[in-house]
Design a protein around this ligand. Sequence first.
Ligand SMILES: C[S@@+](CC[C@H](N)C(=O)[O-])C[C@H]1O[C@@H](n2cnc3c(N)ncnc32)[C@H](O)[C@@H]1O
Length: 436
Amino acid sequence: MPADHLPPPAGGGDRRPGSARALAADLVNQVLLDGRSLTTALDAVRHGADPRRLADAQDLAYGVMRRLGRLRFYLRRLAGRPLSPAELAGPLLVALYELAERDTPAYAAVNEAVDLVGRRHPRARGFANGVLRGFTRRRAELENAAAGHPEARWNFPAWWIDRLRGLYPDTWQAQLTAMNGHPPMTLRVNRRRLAAEDYGARLTAAGLAWRRSGADALTLVRPVAVADLPGFGDGLVSVQDLGAQLAAPLLDCADGMRVLDACAAPGGKAAHLLEHHDLDLVAIDQDPVRLARVTDTLERLGLSAEVRAADAGDPAAWWDGRPFDRILLDAPCTASGVARRHPDGRWLKRCTDADGLAGQQARMLDAVWPLLRHGGKLLYATCSVFPEENTAQVGAFLARHADAGLDPISLPGAHDGQLLADDDHDGFFYARLVKT
Ligand SMILES: C[S@@+](CC[C@H](N)C(=O)[O-])C[C@H]1O[C@@H](n2cnc3c(N)ncnc32)[C@H](O)[C@@H]1O
């Protein structure tokens, strides 16, 4: 159903004909009130939607999520009481974002937000108007006050800030700053098809500025739509963060090896492995919808693997008994190292999530370890910066498995396999285990 003709969602704003602001307000409410991710909320309205309106709404909704700590601080001060009904949050936060971060003229941002509120909640019209006009009057005072409030200053939940400060006393501020910036757009050149420098020449010819950032990697000076990358459809190149591009070389494969990618979707690391070597690769993932993207990616790049939907934690259901020379376990995690790519995620997570995920990760590690041949290597990876998913997870695994040893890896800029986000890459963790 086209987005313009959807009924108003439960707990959400008004999705009927209207501007990008109305759609953005609805998307924001879906995250804050319904606990839905922005990706899921956007996917539900993508089909048939006016592309321009969708792009503008997406831009606004992502912007609100990036600045939510600060915007909610303003809103609390200006409203002076909890919002009633709660769905006033969407239009008010979008308008505050436009006023505070984009310097949109008040007549545009305020009038439409007030109209939006008034259409669904006529009695809240005056309240909305008062809140937003209040911001334009009290802006300097509010900005000063926000500087002393951690959530408003860093735009992360207080528990996240406290954790980072405790874990990384020297770099927590740099990490939060990096996580509030825009992520770099790094490309992985398909080395089976052409050298990175040669692809760079194609980018230059297309008017796109880049810099060399890794063995197969070029980073664009300014991000572009994937469709604008020369030869993307023909499999010359993929988009993959520089930190994620470390996995393939770290797995230390050789031609002819039998390799398991135990959490393969959407297939970035599996494809990189196959670009490096001729492998007998089994790529599994529990999620069949995400798994379809592995098949598409391999097809686009001219690569092949055995791709199947399976639970890495239950090999009895799918393993044929032939041991693997190498295993990549790129485990589901809090994604705390890639928070800037999904700015809504930080507001949806809870401080206890890492503990719950650590249990799942341990179950998967224990389940795939017996599938590795003696002398074989397993690369454990996460895109998290929380130790219970990383160093502590690996420490506990080594304590449980007498036949496991740590195979040291050298990662520039990393400490104990932990890479923190900066301007060049996201946060990742890698540990290579060898079966002795
Ligand atoms: C970090 S992502 C993997 C990214 C992938 N390696 C890549 O580079 O494109 C983690 C994946 O683990 C999958 N997953 C979660 N639990 C799983 C399980 N029990 N068995 C297999 N896959 C699982 C998720 O569906 C998700 O696709």
